[in-house]
Design a protein around this ligand. Sequence first.
Ligand SMILES: *Cc1c(COP(=O)(O)O)cnc(C)c1O
Length: 377
Amino acid sequence: MRQKTKLIHGGKGIDQATGAVNQAIQLSSTFKQTQIGTFHYEYGRTGNPTREALEQLLADIEEGDHGFAFASGMAAITAVMKLFSPGDHIIITDDVYGGTYRFFTQFLEKETISITFVDTSDVTAVEEAIRKETKAVFIETPTNPLLKITDLSKIGQVANEHDLLFIIDNTFATPYFQNPLRYGADLVIHSATKYLGGHSDVIAGAVVVKEDTLAAKLAYIQNATGAVLGPHDAYLLMRGIKTLGVRMEEIETNTRQLVKFLQRHPNVDEIYYPGLVNHPGHATHALQSRGFGGIVSFTTTSNELALQTVERTRYFTLAESLGAVESLISIPAKMTHASIPKERRQELGIKDSLIRLSIGLEDVEDLAEDLEIALTE
Ligand SMILES: *Cc1c(COP(=O)(O)O)cnc(C)c1O
C-alpha cells in the first residue's frame, strides 16, 4: 500500500460487522466476560475497540507493529520514560520541545534518572556523552523552533553499537514524510495534537514500536499509568489522519512560497527552514525524509518588530501549537519555550526576535499579504 492509500485503508479498514467505512465510537467502559477471564475487551483503560483501531492505524502509518494512543503527547513521553529506572542516564536533543525539556528537568531528575542535553546533529557529541549508565538517546528532528536536523541512520548506528534505546519525537516531520523505524529507531513518539489530528480539535499522543517485548512493556505501562486516549478523541484522530497526505503536500507548497517571500523581505534576518539549500541539515533531511514540512522560523530586525508582527496578523493566529489547517504564529521565547531559562534559550539561539510560523491551508497570497502588512514598521 502506498502512503496516501495507507492513511485511508490502513489499520482495521472497513468495519467487518457492519460494513461501515468508519470505525464506531465505542463508549463502553466495561465489557461482558463469558466466563471469568474469557473476553475480547475487559475494561476501557486496558483496551477499547475505537482506540485499538486507531492504534493499529498508527502502527501502520509509522511502519511499526504496535501503536499506543495516549491522552496527550506529554502523556506519551511520560509513559515512554517509565521504561527507565533510577540511576539510568538519557541523552536528549538540546533544543527539544519546551514541555519535554520541563518534564525531563523537573520530573526525571527527581527520579534520579540523569540527562545530558546534546546537540544531536553532532554525532560525535552524542558518542562523547555516552556513559556506562546510558540507556537511551531521545531526539527530535527537525527540532522546535530552530529546525535543526539529526542524522537518523548515524544515531541508529550509535544506539545499536552501545545498546541504547533510540527514541524519536517525530511530531514535526509526520509519518507521511519521515519513518524513523526504518533508520533504527526503537520508539517513535507523536504529539498527535499537531499534524495527525490536523484540525486543532483534539489533544492526543502516540507511540509506535516494532519490537514485541518493548510493546508488551509499553502496553503494561499504558494500562498501569492510565493516561489513555478516549474513544471520541480516537475517532477524531482517525478522521484527521485520512487527509494527512493532502494536507502535508499542500502545506509544504504554501510553505515554500512563503519562505521565498520571507527571503525577499528587508525586515527579516535569519530564516530557519530545512528546505533551504543553505540550511546546515538540508542534505541529511532530504535523505531521510520525503518533505520539508510546514514549520518555518525567522528572526526580525528587532524584538519590537517581532512583537508587533505576531499581534498584527489577521490570518496567522497568535497561538501555541502547530500543524493544523489554520496558520499559526508565535514567539517561542515568550510562549512554547518560556519554561526554558533565558540563558539557556540564548545559548540555543532562541532569540526574543524569533518568530515561528506553522503554515496552514489558506490561500498563500492571503498569508503573504498578511505577513507583509504585519512586518511593515
Ligand atoms: C506539542 C508537542 C509535544 C507535546 O504534545 P501535547 O500533545 O501538547 O502534550 C511534544 N513534542 C512536540 C515536538 C510537540 O510539538
